[in-house]
Design a protein around this ligand. Sequence first.
Ligand code: SF4
Length: 360
Amino acid sequence: MAIVPCMANREKADSAEALRFAGLPAALLDWYARHARTLPWRIGPGERARGVVPDPYRVWLAEIMLQQTTVPHAAAYFDKFTRTWPSVEALAGAEDSDVMAAWAGLGYYARARNLLKCAREVTARGEWPRTEAGLRELPGVGPYTAGAVAALAFGEPAAAVDGNVDRVFARLLAAKGDWKDEKRRIAETVRALVPADRPGEFAEALMDLGATVCTPKRPNCLICPVHEWCMGRAEGVPEQYPIKPAKKAKPVRFGEVYIIWREDEVAVERRPSSGLLGGMLGLPTTDWREGGVPDRADWAMVDATSIGGVKHVFTHFELRLDVLVIESPSELPTGIEFQSAGDVAAALPTVFRKALKLAS
Ligand code: SF4
C-alpha cells in the first residue's frame, strides 16, 4: 500500500532525515499489520479503514495509565476503570475518593487527580478536542499524550514521541550529540515521517517495535522491519543508544510511619488534596525531610515498637521510612479513621502498602 507522508509536518522538519527514512513508514506499517499486539484499548490494524472508530476515552485512559508503567500492570487497572466507569461522563461523575482508591498502586498520583479534572472538563465541553493543540489544553495532557490521542483516536497526523520512540530513533540515527538536541531532532524526524493516511497505526507500530523488537537491553535487529535504515545497527552496537547524560543521584528523605491497630483495623488518614500523594488515603506519618527523621508529633510520643523500614523511590527523591507500631496511643490526631486492614491495603499508595505489609 502506498504511504502518504504528511507534507504539513514534513515542511516543518529539517527534511534531511525524513528523506533518508522515506521508505521506513511503509516497512513499519507492513510489519505492524502482521505483528500488532492485541490490547484492550486498541482497534486492530486496518480496522479504521473499515470504519471502526476508537473510543477516545479508552485511548486517553490507557495512555495516561501507561506513562511510567508496563502494559500488563496498566491493563488490570484499565479493566477495573472501564468496568466501573465505562465512559468519560461516568468517570466525571465519580467520587474523587473512589477514583483515587482505584488508582492506588499505579503511582504518580497527580495523574489521577488530573484524570478526574480532565474527564470533568471534557464532559462540561460535551466533546473531546480532536487536534493535538486542542488536547494539550486539557488537564494532565502533555505533548506525548496529546499526540497519541490525536493520532490514535482521531486519525490526526500527530506524532507520539515517548521514551521508547526516543530509544528506537536514537538507534536509527546513531544519535551521538547532546541528548536535548538529539531529542529535538528525533521529534522532528518522527513528525516528518507520520503518514497522513495512517497516523494512528504508525504511532502504534512504533510503540510495538520499541516494546517487542528494539527493546532497551537487547534489540533484536535480525527480525527488525526497519533494520536497513538503522545506523546504530550498521555501527554494530545499537544498544549503546540512546546516549544520555548520567543521572544525578536522588536526594534521600527520611520519616516515620505509624501502624496503629484496633483489632483487625488500622488507622488511616486522607492526605491533603495537594502535594505528594495528594487526596490519597495514607498511614499516619511524620513529614519527610532530608538530613534525618523529623521530630514526632506530640500524639506519637508514646511507646512505639520499631519493626523495620521501607524504602520507596519517587520521581525526585528516595524515601526511607521507619515503621513503628503504636499499641495504645493516648490520643489520635484529627482526621484519623480505622478501616479493615485487608480492605484498605488496595487503596493505599505503594509506599504505605509496603509499611502495612511489614506489620501484618
Ligand atoms: Fe532497533 Fe536493531 Fe531495529 Fe535498529 S535494527 S531499530 S537497533 S532493533
